[in-house]
Design a protein around this ligand. Structure first.
Ligand code: NAD
Length: 476
């Protein structure tokens, strides 16, 4: 844990083992926070809030700039990337990009630190004038997933810090190490003690305690829809602000007027990046019948070239799943799809060979013609399985794309402006891409609709999620 500006080891000995998913070996263990440990972190945040919230935007922005500079140091970036690969499994190049993504978010919000504005109103008849002031909320909790821990931490923590809040971070027990290292970099670069604390342990237990704590003013959660519903319900009992960034089952619509080979290549890279464990990867692909066979053939060619292996090897294009449970889920998804009559066109099995024996590897898998009712169409498939189904036209494609409880992202691939416009208007998703998928930038609001959650991260509007508006009316 990281509390009060230093590594904190509680007196009790209960710990959580952290494994390398490529080898199955235990690499570390972290403390399993007790309620007293969580209380210590809350108190530390509360104490630090008194001075951090009094600093100007420019002063807080200056601290964030120093953190960004520290993270850009090659040694620091490489160390964090290696830790991320070792605990999460993704190839080193993807880990580096994630840490660079964290830096990008810091730089974006630091740039906003001088442009924050509030409203002013004058009412001459009433001889009054009014304005709004924005106050930080207080202690803001960030609950993180394991798939992109550093980037998701940035989306929550950076706007919260810039606006004067203090942060209590709860990383996933699968990937706590990178977050603990990042906290230490933040502190060493000048973030005052207690402004950012990290507690490790059970999401369920810590979540309940944080939701019930009157000192905690906001919980921003990223994770599965299931856990999101639980923490949302807990927080609702105390009328606590919540942002829920939950799972997705993004649809990708491929029309018959695009370059099919190019589209297939981009679909493969978007789907199998991070071993398919990306909330916004295209999990259900609907392709016009007339180009279906060409698209599938091209996908299979690209998928057959994916090199699986330990993320530390320069040759690896796709690492293992991050947990044994994740691997079991993939096996079950494929069994279910096969039993329903879907065609398994590639993979669907654990790869053979000594280097894969103890890790959580699964071959990149392509399933076509999945019948209605298959789990791969109904649930979020958080792993390397691509599902491709034919559709006769755009009406059917949009219907099938929206035929899900999720609504995070969706894309339409076409050169026809009218088709693109229909996709933008009719796809039920928080983000719609045209002729690309998964592109995310710090300035673009990010979040879902339906069971993918509510609230937006990133962009200018995320700042308001960490501020309270106070209206002031002056009569003169
Ligand atoms: P998860 O729900 O298992 O865990 C997420 C975090 O919540 C962990 O830190 C966990 O300890 C904690 N947690 C679990 N139960 C809790 C509870 N009852 N109360 C409070 N906290 C609790 O999710 P995961 O497996 O770590 O992450 C994968 C999921 O995250 C996928 O569904 C993915 O789509 C989603 N995700 C969404 C986004 C987004 O921005 N929408 C981004 C990344 C990942």
């Amino acid at each position: 844990m990281f509390i009060g500006g230093e590594k904190y080891t509680p007196s009790h000995s209960k710990r959580i083992a952290v494994f390398n998913p490529a080898t199955g070996e235990q690499i570390e263990s972290v403390p399993f926070a007790s309620p007293e440990d969580v209380k210590k972190a809350i108190d530390s945040c509360a104490l630090a809030f008194k001075s951090w919230s009094q600093k100007s935007y420019a002063e807080r922005g200056a601290v964030l700039s120093k953190i960004s500079a520290a993270l850009k140091e090659e040694q620091c970036l490489e160390k964090l990337a290696a830790t991320l690969t070792n605990e999460q499994g993704k190839p080193l190049a993807e880990s580096r990009r994630e840490i660079e993504g964290l830096v990008g978010v810091i730089d974006y919000y630091t740039g906003l630190s001088s442009s924050f504005h509030t409203d002013f109103f004058e009412n001459k008849n009433n001889q009054s004038y009014s304005f709004t002031i924005k106050k930080p909320l207080g202690i803001c909790v960030s609950i993180l997933p394991w798939n992109m821990p550093a980037l998701v931490m940035a989306w929550k923590v950076i706007p919260a810090l810039l606006t004067g809040n203090t942060c209590l971070v709860k990383p996933s027990s699968i990937c706590p190490l990178t977050i603990l290292e990042i906290a230490s970099v933040f502190h060493d670069a000048g973030l005052p003690a207690g402004v950012l604390n990290v507690v490790t342990g059970s999401g369920d237990e810590i979540g309940k305690q944080l939701a019930a704590s009157p000192d905690v003013r906001k919980i921003s959660f990223t994770g599965s829809a299931e856990a999101g519903k639980k923490i949302g319900a807990e927080a609702a009992q105390f009328n606590k602000r919540v942002t829920l960034e939950l799972g997705g089952s993004d649809a990708m619509i491929v029309c018959d007027d695009v370059n099919i080979g190019d589209c297939a290549l981009k679909a493969v890279s978007a789907r199998f990046f991070n071993c398919g464990q990306t909330c916004i990867s295209p999990k259900r692909i609907f392709v016009f019948e007339s180009v279906f066979d060409v698209f599938v053939k091209s996908v299979l060619e690209h998928v057959s070239k994916i090199q699986i292996g330990n993320g530390l090897s320069g040759k690896t294009m796709m690492g293992p799943l991050s947990s044994e449970d994740g691997l079991k889920e993939m096996i079950e998804f494929v069994e279910n799809a096969r039993s329903k009559g879907a065609q398994i066109r590639f993979g669907g099995v654990v790869p053979k060979g000594a280097e894969f024996e103890n890790g959580y590897f699964f071959e990149p898998t392509v399933i076509t013609n999945a019948p209605k009712g298959s789990r791969v169409l109904l649930e979020e498939v958080f792993g390397p399985i691509m599902v491709i189904n034919p559709v006769k036209d755009l009406d059917e494609a949009i219907f099938e794309a929206n035929n899900t409880n999720f609504g995070l992202g969706a894309s339409i691939w076409t050169n026809d402006l009218n088709r693109a416009k229909r996709g933008v208007e009719e796809l039920e998703a928080g983000i719609v891409w045209v002729n690309q998928h998964t592109k995310v930038l710090p300035e673009l609001p990010f979040g879902g609709v339906k069971e993918s959650g509510f609230g937006r991260e990133n962009g200018y509007e995320a700042l308001n999620g960490y501020l309270e508006t106070k209206t002031v009316v002056f009569k003169f």
